[in-house]
Design a protein around this ligand. Structure first.
Ligand code: ATP
Ligand code: MG
Length: 360
């Protein structure tokens, strides 16, 4: 039995572990603050469920193992500055940007990037944290403590947001999941839908872009690319060198989930092209208390992370894999009754995406 250590012990590590069981791979998520060091063997493999980590005895031990897959990629992508440089170098469309150095003034930013610009911390930001809008009309000041620690990018008036996840093995074989339409509220992924007929025409473009990145990085495993759609163009928002929330639906809706694909790739097990089973919908449970009634909804596949519930925290998700539009909508309507009122707009958004697509 081969062993894969995961740096980090959140829900992504747990879902990797879950997916690996039938593969006869022992995936072991590791608490980076643990006092006990992992008992690494030379033939073991190391991966991570997070982009960045502080130096602790545990992370130091994991990061010095020769089989830490994609080790250099993490630092390169975890810093938005080097990530943006990579996108530019490969000619992949991304929001125009500048490094917020000591000298860049708000006037220069607006002259170069337009009246709406977004400051983003170079590292550590997630779920919309570490971002600050700089609006010309409001003469927003640049905080001093962001200089050299942030980039600034053009505010994009996108039509919608989507993401694609792909996997690559050591020989360079690549497979992709369908583009996934995503709903971000307050910077947090709240729902996703895939695949949509109307996005099929963008699939090849997205695969070429992500494929270029996977090959350039000589990447092994799953990489996620978040995009803005502007007309028929895709603009890369950001990259994540790991399994990704926008593809959680693949647990229910694909023959090989993103978690299984990642484990296969890093453990050296042959990849297979994921077969998608139907139209899939995923709703993130954000700070929502556990409710046993979810399990009784026809077609619903809840996944609970077992974490303490705190406001806004990702504590689980519920996936539906379509087997006839009507039943999917019925299940979503039932779920709407059981979730807090703030989910009404989320479920309406999902239902509109599903119904709009089948109407086409
Ligand atoms: P994640 O949790 O996905 O890592 P994040 O907090 O690191 O997110 P981004 O994905 O870069 O940050 O931004 C969060 C959201 O903010 C995006 O999904 C999008 O809705 C909005 N956003 C980001 N960049 C821009 C931009 N240049 N123009 C307009 N909106 C943007
Ligand atoms: Mg994002």
């Amino acid at each position: 039995m081969s062993r894969v250590w995961v740096l980090g012990h959140g829900q992504l590590g747990a879902m990797l572990q879950h997916a690996a069981m039938p593969l006869n791979v022992d995936v072991v998520p590791v608490d980076i603050d643990s006092a006990q060091l992992p008992d690494l063997q030379p033939e073991d493999v190391v991966t991570a469920e997070r982009e960045q980590w502080p130096q602790t005895p545990v992370t130091e031990k994991l990061a010095t193992h020769p089989n830490f897959v994609n080790l250099d990629v993490f630092a390169r992508l975890a810093d938005r500055y080097t990530q943006k440089q990579l996108l530019d170098q490969l000619g992949l469309a991304t929001a125009p940007w500048r490094l917020l150095d000591d000298n860049l003034s708000a006037a220069e930013i607006h002259a170069a990037l337009g009246e709406r610009a977004l400051l983003k911390r170079r590292t550590g930001g997630y779920d919309g944290r570490g971002q600050l809008w700089l609006k010309q009309a409001e003469s927003t000041a640049i905080p001093d403590d962001w200089r050299n620690l942030a980039i600034v990018e053009q505010g994009i008036n996108f039509d919608e947001e989507m993401a694609i996840v792909g996997v690559r093995d050591r020989s360079g074989n690549k497979y992709f999941y369908p583009l996934t339409l995503t709903l971000q509220l307050n910077g947090v992924l709240t729902a996703s839908v895939a695949p949509l007929q109307r996005l099929k025409k963008l699939q090849r473009k997205a695969e070429l872009m992500l494929g270029t990145l996977l090959d350039e990085l000589d990447y092994v495993g799953v990489l996620a690319m978040e995009c803005f759609r502007v007309g028929d163009e895709l603009i890369v928002n950001e990259l994540a060198p790991r399994v990704h929330n926008t593809a959680h639906w693949t647990q229910a809706g694909a023959s090989v989930s993103q978690f299984e694909s990642h484990v296969r790739a890093v453990a050296g097990i042959p990849l297979a092209k994921p077969q998608v089973k139907g139209l899939n919908v995923m709703i993130n449970l954000l700070g929502t208390p556990y409710d046993e009634r979810w399990w009784a909804i026809s077609g619903a596949e809840p996944y609970w992370y077992g974490k303490e519930v705190r406001p806004g925290r990702k504590v689980g998700h519920i996936t539906f894999t379509h087997s006839g539009d009507k039943r999917l909508i019925q299940g979503l309507d039932e779920l709407k009754e059981l979730l807090p009122p703030r989910y009404e707009e989320v479920i309406d958004w999902v239902e509109a995406a599903v119904e709009g697509d089948s109407a086409e």
